[in-house]
Unconditional design. Structure first.
Length: 269
């Protein structure tokens, strides 16, 4: 299902980026209904991009917020682990907003289960959304970038890629995304396309709220505990990640590719 939303000004009147040689007009953000994805979508709209918000849940609320702020957005409902759904969604984004030349692979799931209790179905679900999904979406979007001779791909990894005792499935998928990103950078650079990963640490989100509930403590207590081990003395907000993504998709980041940017409030081993 696709929802087109009215905006406060026509797309042609949106602010343009300063690089007129390679104008970036359409961005696609996955997992954009809430949390980090929604923050990224709002930031990219402020940067002057038209934004497609793709999520398995209804992202209409976020798209309406973008429109109310003067941007252009559309909400697209699709499961990124479903190949046919991804192909259809990306084609409709290209038709409705224009060819996407910016992609932020953000959608992800991360339930906690010890290895001995982790079912094959749970493993397949986590790898399907977190690793197969970015592959499917990127494969569908890259032809538009190649045609334009310009593109930006940002994929959300995690500090869990360095090892996660509570989630071997999630940590494995996020580590795989780093290899995926570096390989994309090597393969696509000659087309004017950069690929980078952002690896957040503790960020206020539905996922961290769920973790607090499973530990039997309040979310406030969970944040306080986490902040004590973070160099800057606080936990992250979705907007912290959005600012990082904003830089990496900008024209000014054209000589940055194949990198992992940790947004974690301090060094990550």
């Amino acid at each position: 299902m696709l929802n087109r939303l009215a905006t406060h000004r026509p797309r042609d009147e949106l602010p343009r980026v300063t690089d007129t040689t390679h104008p970036v007009r359409t961005a696609l953000v996955t997992g954009a209904a809430r949390g980090i994805g929604a923050a990224v979508a709002r930031q990219l709209a402020r940067d002057g991009l038209a934004v497609a918000l793709l999520d398995v849940d209804d992202a209409t609320g976020t798209a309406e917020a973008v429109g109310s702020a003067g941007g252009t957005a559309m909400a697209v409902t699709a499961d990124i682990s479903d190949e046919d759904a991804v192909t259809t969604a990306v084609a409709r984004v290209a038709a409705e907003l224009g060819p996407p030349t910016v992609l932020v692979n953000n959608a992800g799931v991360g339930p906690r289960a010890p290895l001995v209790e982790l079912t094959t179905e749970q493993w397949d679900t986590v790898l399907g959304v977190n690793l197969r999904g970015p592959f499917l979406v990127t494969r569908a979007v890259v032809p538009y970038m190649i045609e334009a001779g310009w593109g930006r791909i940002v994929t959300m990894s995690s500090i869990s890629a360095t090892g996660d005792a509570a989630r071997v499935d999630y940590g494995s998928a996020k580590a795989g995304l780093i290899g995926f990103t570096k390989s994309l950078a090597l393969q696509l650079g000659r087309h004017g396309i950069t690929a980078n990963a952002v690896a957040p640490g503790f960020v206020v989100s539905d996922m961290t709220r769920t973790s607090a509930r499973r530990l039997g403590i309040t979310f406030e207590e969970f944040q306080q505990q986490a902040a004590r081990s973070i160099a800057v003395g606080r936990v992250g907000q979705p907007e912290d990640v959005a600012h990082a993504a904003s830089y990496l998709v900008s024209p000014g980041a054209g000589f940055v590719s194949g990198q992992v940017l940790y947004v974690a409030g301090g060094p990550v081993d």
